[in-house]
Design a protein around this ligand. Structure first.
Ligand code: SF4
Length: 402
């Protein structure tokens, strides 16, 4: 039996290749999950990474500052392997693409590296994805094995977000939901037709949507058990997908399958892929989709309430809530003293918390001026003034404030 140092010297002498240590491996993999948001404020995640440094070689770029249900945390975002047997048209890791250095790390090594980083305080949380090798089931097993080691051997109790491979099995999804805080089933596209143009080896219903149904079934099968929330991600704008398609599906997923969040990722062409000649998506579209999806999820809006244009997309230059208010509330303002919660949340700058504050305040006194709204936490109430009444009167607003 030789010790590790002797083994290294022996290998050096024999001119054998020595595998780098696990942290070096992760660093070499770089910011491979740059386009995969992991937390509750996906925009701030992306902004923290300098554009164009994809597959950097810095450990710092593998760590994203992510908003989690328990606060903002430095999360290690990485993959088990950047090799993949599938050929999604937009993906830098697609099979056969030569312009990428493939790296693979074992579950043991990844768990050990994560433990080292977590103990030294450099990270507090893990987002783990993977290319697919030897099928989805084998790959999913490796992802789960990694987290079992992180949880059981290294006793890590913090935030873990896992990717679910297309076509994973019920037991795998159940186990993933037991050991993680959040699982992602990425639909990529709003329907099979769009998916065919984006990722022709994926089956929308059987491999992707079924996973989200299965997650909801697991929640029903195991009531009272603490299980991970489910999220999904769409690649936006590469293949003619429309905002109506994306938001109609999102709305259904929120209501029927208890999806926690939809992520929208503006398409960016990758060289040496079939979509390299397609123009990048305007990042404002991603932002408008996020705004709209929050209206659907948190403000009880219907898809039909959103201000779609004739081309089935949202206008890029105006906040969807403001566009709604201009079209519907300017001539039919909301009486703040009598409107219900949903009506109050139609007003610009009034969200779930400020609507609650308004309802509470109304029980004690009538609301008659904008200063009261400001005191209740409504930011810049002048923005909502053209669309509301206070005790039957439209509040006076200085034009310069609008
Ligand atoms: S399965 Fe995932 S990693 Fe593989 S090519 Fe498709 S998107 Fe890329």
């Amino acid at each position: 039996m030789i010790d590790a140092r002797t083994f290294v010297r022996y290998n050096n002498h024999m001119n054998f290749r020595i595998d780098p240590d696990p942290i070096t491996k992760i660093t070499q993999m770089g910011d491979v999950t740059l386009y995969e948001p992991a937390g509750d404020q996906p925009h701030s995640e992306k902004a923290s990474v300098a554009a164009g440094r994809f597959q950097s070689r810095s450990l710092a770029d593998c760590i994203s500052h992510v908003s989690t249900p328990t606060g903002k945390k430095p999360i290690l975002k990485t993959m088990l392997t950047t090799a993949c047997e599938r050929n999604c048209f937009y993906c830098p890791f697609r099979a056969g693409r030569a312009k990428i250095k493939r790296s693979t790390i074992s579950p043991d090594d990844l768990a050990r590296a994560f433990d080292t980083l977590a103990r030294s305080g450099q990270v507090d949380g893990l987002f783990l994805s993977s290319g697919i090798i030897k099928g989805s089931v084998t790959t999913q097993d490796k992802i789960i094995d990694t987290i079992e080691i992180v949880r059981k051997t290294y006793h890590y109790k913090g935030y873990i977000h896992l990717k679910i491979m297309p076509g994973a099995e019920y037991d795998q999804l159940f186990r993933a939901m037991q050991i993680a805080d959040r699982v992602s089933v990425n639909l990529e596209a709003p329907n099979q037709m769009r998916l065919d143009a984006l990722a022709p080896k994926k089956d929308f219903d059987a491999e992707l949507l079924r996973m989200l149904h299965m997650a909801e079934q697991i929640r029903r099968d195991h009531p009272g058990q603490k299980l991970a929330s489910t999220v999904t991600q769409f690649v936006v704008g590469a293949v003619g997908d429309t905002d109506v398609e994306l938001l109609s599906l999102t709305s259904g997923l929120y209501r029927q399958l208890k999806l926690a969040r939809a992520y929208y990722s503006s398409f960016n062409p990758v060289t040496e892929t079939p979509l390299e000649g397609v123009a990048p998506t305007d990042p404002r579209r991603e932002f408008r989709l996020y705004q709209s999806s929050f209206l659907l999820r948190d403000y009880n809006w219907e898809v039909e309430d959103l201000p779609f244009q004739p081309d089935s997309n949202l206008p890029l230059d105006v906040d969807p809530k403001r566009a709604y208010a201009d079209a519907h509330l300017r001539h039919n303002p909301v009486e703040v003293n009598t409107a219900d919660r949903d009506q109050l949340m139609r007003l610009p700058n009034v969200g779930p918390k400020s609507a609650e504050a308004l309802l509470r305040a109304r029980r004690h006194s009538r609301i008659t001026d904008l200063a009261q709204l400001r005191k209740l936490g409504i930011r810049a109430p002048e923005a909502a003034a053209p669309y509301l009444l206070l005790d039957g009167k439209q509040p006076p607003v200085q034009m310069s404030l609008l």
